[in-house]
Design a protein around this ligand. Structure first.
Ligand code: GCU
Length: 688
């Protein structure tokens, strides 16, 4: 819509606009054929794939066998797709951009190898112009393989789903274009040079490619538009790109009195549009989000966003849903809505580069994002591995450079001291990240082993982050405070984030009055312990001003092949919501009571609804002040405030049979209520 209006304007100005839209991006996700296994000759132009399974992307071949995971298929799979080359493609450049392929891909067109990509989480792009048939169908063939092999991540407590699990796009451009081949990045990069309420200055880097055999002279016109499409400013720079060459053109554009991107309070996103204009004709256009903001960490005050302290109230998120990694944008929209209902204002996108759509949601809703390189536990310090990890880092940064929601780049998760040259690897990556993007700090999530044994894999980072499971994998939940203080001090009192903490919970398993954690590797993960863990540890973090944020582990249960604990094999059950998204666990509401200002009341242990003892305590999460309780319609008066947002009544006696439990509170005049049913049936007497 915007491009058409712009072309019309250009025509009126006497400039003749491009006959066709200069750039077309076509979804390429339907009518694929899939075969699980390796197949001789499947890359050829002519191949009988009629018996293969018809699939639509995003697709994973582990949607069904990932749970319990022991027998999930890991190996090669083939995809093929036949398509014509319409006439309007003649004379244009044609590219294929894959959103991701797990973990490695080899791509062929009409029997010609276009290239390979190693790394399961970044987009990659090949030009296919020279191999296209215009008088016959084209045959695209992709071999994907999800065995870890030598590709990072070599370790990690999560299932590696195989397949083309993100969308594929076909891109058409003219012979003078903004390149789609810069590590599959947008080819336009917006680096904030300065930002204040008075003005902002943005350096715009445009990478221009010329496939013709003459030098091309052009203008790169940058237009900043506000959210209502109003032009805020326009800047032009002239460039010349040699035949078959690429040119990097930089120019700066100012924004007077910018509306800052201010997290969930005001996530204001401008649009920066770059038009390539040659002899008055628009040859290409790329639009990118532009958010103006300033974030840094103050060792004493924590996170500072646009001059104001902000605590990152975060969650860790894997990219997986009920269909494994083949999540749809609708799935991601729903997950973002759940996170926002809970009141999270930050998300740690764990252990690998996540989808562009989810980052767009973070931009739009003001959720601060921690983007993480897929370097987990182990380093294989060979040239091949290091080259691949560096490639994955450059891909992550360039492909996501313009998302205002990304505040930091994480170099690793839980680098192990027994791996090869961990500190050297991290130093190399931090230097590369600073080169690629001087505007964002680096961090990394350190395990106890990393904290204790690898000071140089932590000291080299700009921000310190700690994964601590006191109270789950040993120790007590309340040990967290001393550990945070110890490590913050050990690493120079630069401030820290708690990048992981939490406990497992089955919504089918319950135990009242717990004082000790269950066996973390056992089959019994009562929901009530997860409540205790989070009730104890969030206040510990919030009592420490040097903590710039916390990221609870984990928003949703997720697949982890090889785990045999809790109520389901192959699942890591530390989520606050079940993997199928059907149940928000008690602890979800503890955070909602703390982070969402809307009046709420929630009775915990609602699912422990078959009682064999009449005596019980009742615990309610609420952000209201006076919480009153009724059992079977009889008022029990006000609950006692045990801690912030936690209200209790001990020694309640249930009646035989059904018991209706009701709680009510009010906040700013708004009434909030909750109710649940518990059935008390005395345990059958022994012996009869
Ligand atoms: C580790 C790790 C996570 C893992 C979690 C757990 O710290 O970073 O990937 O899932 O702990 O044990 O649940």
């Amino acid at each position: 819509m915007r491009i058409l209006r712009y072309s019309a304007a250009l025509a009126l100005l006497g400039g003749c606009c491009f006959a066709q839209a200069p750039r077309a991006e076509i979804a390429f996700n339907s009518d694929w054929k899939f075969y699980r296994g390796d197949v001789e000759g499947a890359s050829a132009e002519q191949f009988a794939d009629g018996s293969w399974q018809a699939v639509t992307l995003p697709h994973t071949w582990n949607a069904e066998d990932a749970l319990p995971g022991d027998k999930m298929y890991q190996g090669p799979g083939w995809y093929r797709k036949e398509f014509p080359s319409p006439n309007e493609w003649r004379g244009r450049r044609v590219f294929l951009r894959f959103g991701a392929a797990s973990l490695a891909a080899d791509v062929y067109l009409n029997g010609n190898k276009l290239g390979s990509h190693e790394g399961g989480f970044a987009a990659f792009c090949f030009e296919i112009t020279r191999y296209l048939h215009f008088d016959a169908q084209n045959a695209l063939a992709v071999r994907v393989d999800n065995r870890r092999g030598t590709i990072s991540p070599l370790g990690g407590d999560f299932t590696i789903y195989g397949g083309l699990y993100r969308p594929v796009t076909l891109i058409l451009t003219g012979s003078l274009a903004i390149t789609p081949l810069d590590y599959a990045g947008p080819g336009v990069y917006l680096r904030q040079v300065s930002a204040s309420l008075d003005s902002a200055e943005v350096e715009v880097t445009t990478k221009v490619t010329n496939s013709s055999n003459t030098t091309r002279f052009y203008i790169a016109q940058v237009t900043v538009l506000d959210e209502r499409n109003k032009t805020i400013n326009v800047q032009r720079a002239s460039g010349a790109v040699s035949s078959l060459g690429t040119q990097v053109l930089k120019e700066s554009i100012g924004i007077r009195h910018p509306r800052l991107w201010n997290g969930a309070k005001d996530p204001y996103v401008y649009t920066a549009r770059v038009d390539l204009i040659e002899k008055g004709k628009r040859m290409d256009t790329v639009e990118q989000p532009l958010g103006v903001r300033d974030f840094h960490v103050d060792p004493q005050r924590g996170g500072i966003l646009n001059g104001q302290p902000i605590r990152l109230q975060g969650v860790c998120l894997h990219q997986e849903g009920p269909n494994g990694w083949a999540v749809s944008e609708k799935d991601e929209d729903a997950d973002m809505a759940t996170m926002r209902e809970m009141g999270a204002n930050a998300v740690r996108l764990v252990h690998y580069q996540h989808s562009p759509h989810f980052l767009t949601l973070c931009d739009r809703y003001g959720v601060i994002a921690w983007s993480e390189l897929a370097l987990v536990n182990n380093v294989h310090y060979t040239d091949e591995f290091r080259q691949n990890v560096r490639q994955q880092l450059v891909e992550m940064i360039r492909q996501n450079f313009n998302h205002p929601s990304i505040f930091m780049w994480s170099m690793y998760n839980e680098i192990g001291s027994r791996t090869e040259h961990p500190a050297e690897m991290v130093k190399e990556l931090v230097d590369l990240a600073h080169e690629e993007d001087p505007s964002r700090p680096t961090t990394g999530a350190a395990s106890g082993d990393t904290m204790a044994n690898l000071p140089n894999a932590i000291n080299v980072l700009d921000l310190i982050s700690l994964n601590i499971y006191d109270g789950w994998y040993g120790g007590k939940p309340e040990d967290l405070g001393a550990d945070l203080d110890k490590y913050n001090q050990k690493y120079g009192s630069k401030g820290a984030s708690l990048s992981e903490y939490g406990a497992g919970a089955s919504v089918k398993q319950h135990q009242q009055g717990m004082t000790q954690p269950p066996n973390p590797n056992g089959r019994f993960h009562p929901e009530e312990w997860q409540d205790i863990q989070h009730e104890t540890q969030l206040p510990i973090v919030e009592a420490r001003p040097y903590m710039w944020g916390s990221f609870l582990w984990v928003m949703f249960d997720f697949g982890s092949a090889g785990r045999h604990e809790g109520d389901t094999d192959g699942i890591n059950d530390k989520g606050l919501v079940t993997r199928d998204r059907s149940v928000k666990k008690d602890a979800f509401y503890y955070y909602k009571a703390n982070w969402n200002p809307e009046a709420m009341v929630y009775i915990t242990s609602r699912r422990d609804d078959q009682r064999t003892s009449p005596a019980t305590a009742i615990k309610v999460y609420s952000n209201c002040e006076k919480i009153t309780l009724k059992i079977n319609g009889k008022s029990l008066g006000e609950l006692t405030k045990k801690a912030d947002r936690v209200y209790v009544r001990d020694n309640v006696t249930l009646s035989d049979g059904a018991n209706l439990v009701e709680a009510e509170g009010s906040l700013d005049g708004k009434i909030a209520r909750d109710a649940c049913n518990w059935t008390y049936k005395p345990a059958a007497a022994k012996g009869n």
